[in-house]
Design a protein around this ligand. Sequence first.
Ligand SMILES: [Zn+2]
Length: 317
Amino acid sequence: MAMAITRTPLFDVHCHLQDNRIVDTAPSLIKAATKAGVKWMAVNGTSEADWEKVRQMSEHNSCIIPCFGLHPWWASQRSKDWLSKLRCMLQSVPCSTVGEIGLCQSIRGREVEESIQVDVLRQQLELARELERPAAIHCVRAFRSLQGLLEEMGSFPAGIILHSYSGSPEFVKVFAKHGAYFSFSGFNTHVKPQKARRIWQQVPRDRLLLETDCPDALPQVDDPTALFWVPGDPAATAAVPSSNSDCCHEEELHSKSAGNGRGGIGKGALNQPANLRAILSHVASLLEVTEEVLADAVFTNASTLFSFPGSKLVDCS
Ligand SMILES: [Zn+2]
């Protein structure tokens, strides 16, 4: 690979290695990530159906941080005792965090009634606070509702992550006051640089995180040869006419970044944690800092957030 490996390790704070599209190749993807300097990967569950897979992945891999949560897209399919199952999972796996949870008003997200989404999010945030674990929040076009909920609920001392942050620069200030961290994902590389700079320059440097959100969100970079491709992914080598992902972030961010002259090759191809270095490089140039300085800051931020009692980071220090 063309990219130089810097000395500072990386931390992928949000990915989905348990996803059916990549779960079979996960062992080799974890190896590739480790080789590329990604020391930790927080694997986020999305529904009751995948929590056990996430738990097992964490048991077999010391670099995996397991996260359990009910994503808003799946909120209406929850079982009667979903919350007690979630509590049980979080308590029996002390190194786990809460996620992916949130609010989604994309076309896909609107299929689930907003009141259900808010209710399910509130209960999971309460659980995160009670168990003193960080929580990863997905928020698409619902920042005002999220603001209302956080104002009503009070503080979250263990921290919250606004993953793949797609809000305005003004909302950065609002959520920073609530102690939020802001995570830059592969999707965010699709936003025009001028606009992205306006948003990400507002993020306090001690609240900035990086993530791949794989297998979605293949980063858009100038040099596609710098990317890692998932073995056997047919979209990896072909130029795909338009996005074949049903992810709401992609739908939103792609439409806004159309015609910026980059990308196209491998569009719709699967993403993996080893691509975090390409995201680091993109954010470093956006914020006009060196990769080394940025890597150092984001690793420190992620380590602070993920060093809760019971965490694998605490165990191995
Ligand atoms: Zn996600």
